[in-house]
Design a protein around this ligand. Sequence first.
Ligand SMILES: [Zn+2]
Length: 469
Amino acid sequence: MDRITSLLLFALLATPAAVPAEPVPAMPHEQPALHALAHAPSETELRATITKLVGFGTRHTLSDTTSATRGIGAARRWVKSRFETISRECGGCIEVVTPSQVFSGKRIPQATEVMDVAAIKRGKRDPDRVIVMTGHLDSRVTDVMNATSDAPGANDDASGVAALIEAARLLSKQDNDATLVFVALSGEEQGLYGGKALADYAVAHGWQVEAQLNNDIVGNSQGQNGVIDNTHVRVFSEGTKSNETAAQADYRRYHGGEVDSPSRNLARYIDRLADSYLPDFRVRMVYRTDRYSRGGDQVPFLEAGFPAVRVTEAHENYTRQHQDLRSGRTDQDRGVHYGDTIDGIDFRYLARVTALNAITMAALSRAPAPPTGVDSKGALATDTTLSWHKMPGAAGYRVHWRDATAAQWQNQRAVGDVDHAVLQDVVIDDWFFGVSSVSADGYESPVVFPGYAGSFERSPAAAASSAGR
Ligand SMILES: [Zn+2]
């Protein structure tokens, strides 16, 4: 034995055996099941749904409800039957319900029943926690009160309905811990009534809505100015909660949180999932509730105190939205095709948007609930202390921090199965903080910013304000 070998042997023998290792903190990791969803949406299925929906002529909220072939009634019965077929194919895993309310208003002159069609796939371990995907079934032409002219609504919003039916079909074949709900809303163009009916239904049934993904206008990849982009989708999120009280707003103005509502951190979560699982597709986060001066069915959910985002294509073509079917005849618009017809849909693009939704719903439903009771302390100290309540199903937690001007979380640390953590030499003044929960199999919740401003829980203030309406 030469000298080096004997030294090595000595070193090996001298190594102390079986020192108890520190437990490895739960960490998020790559999920093959989410990679598989990236290419799962079928363009054939998406095309079949939009073709069918366009075939009902108009799906205006005030259109015929008794015809078997034309109008909103025939369209919603078809969606219901489609959900029932998906449920049969998964051994009855889906329950189909039709939340409805009678509304009247400026765009509904005579009291009319507005009916949504919802597919519910109950969670195995956490059924009261609910992830919702919506699109709207109703369509319109130039005159919002015209309930008889052909209004194909292929992109606005048969594209969203096709995406949620396809997501339901794909996710019906997989396990989910939280409940998944897929809803074709109605009454959107008349004043977001179907979103209101669904938000009321959620409150009445005690749903803890962790996220609503509202998909409205998600199938076109060519903007009105000719720009073509099939690699981006916009995710709109409010910065501060729609229903914060004056006292909560005062606190938030001083301590921060103006860009950290749960809806905004949901948008960050979706953005990260696209980075991880959709190599050719990017989320463009927009720090707004919706497009400028425009609205959508995420708004009634926000007003009810639930986190919600709007998903919309990157470049819209306004000659196709809310237009009578016609060709331009003036010197300015000769040859322009007006109307929301199926030839404006890019099915590959729509499949990508569908994949992003399906991945997000799967990830959220398999992760533990986001931590509650998140708090931060550290004034006049060189360390920052974060604390939170432990969540069922969480095997550990991660703390996150970022520059106060950064759009995305930059620094993370897995801290194990504890309810607080001290970040040494991280000064509270200079960063924004958050906490996520992580399951034993590596699914992570969205990040929760401390205090009321960032909490994913439906707040008492929210409950009070919606009860008062
Ligand atoms: Zn729409």
